[in-house]
Design a protein around this ligand. Sequence first.
Ligand code: SF4
Length: 251
Amino acid sequence: MTANKKKRITANFNLKIGDDLLSIEASVPDAKTNALELIPVFQQLTNQIVAHSIELTEREGKTISCKAGCGACCKQPIPVTLLEVEHLNQVVKRMPEQRQQRVRETFTHHLKAVKDAGLLEKLKSIKALEPDQKHQLAKDYFKLGLDCPFLENQSCGIYKDRPLECREFLVTSDPRHCAELDPQGIEHIERQMWMSSALRKLSIDSQNSDHQGWIPMIFALKLAKSGRLRFKKKLGKEWLEAFIQYAIGNG
Ligand code: SF4
């Protein structure tokens, strides 16, 4: 690693993915910090891994169906890590007032819709549900037709800042299967590393509490506002190393 004047250090390393070696460069704070500051680094790394998966998919002659203007998958109870909860909170705070108000109102509307549909408590305890119960809950939520508060004209309104889970959701199947939440018809691209799941584990490490690290996105702004999120500090390079270890399955 090499230090620069802005008190960041640049890490250069190779990641072995299948038969390929991916060359990675990441700049992290050269000081103790909370992992929130590394979110752009984790996003960039995820973009690189996803781009590699897309390349492998295309080498097999398949085409990615996902594109701007298709928000078919953006009606799901998207899981976001606690680090992303605070990141999204900051993204919303930076929005112009009118847009910010619209987004906040949509979050509030969705929480009420979920409560009226009797799904609120189940969603709050989603991590404790069995896989088939989780799937049923996802279907029930999907049926409510609640567009993600960040969806604008069927495209992601926070594309650069979208959660890792959204970056990794890529399919080669007809978008109608996503629109119908039809698990039999949806063909995900093959992935050898799940960066969203690495960030969930890192989110647990990052907390001064025993929280499990992620929540459905509709609770994000409410949780951020509660002031219950407390992030630990470590060296930037330690957060990066932990993230990579989780991603390659060593954590
Ligand atoms: S954050 Fe963006 S990509 Fe993710 S569900 Fe919302 S609109 Fe879709």
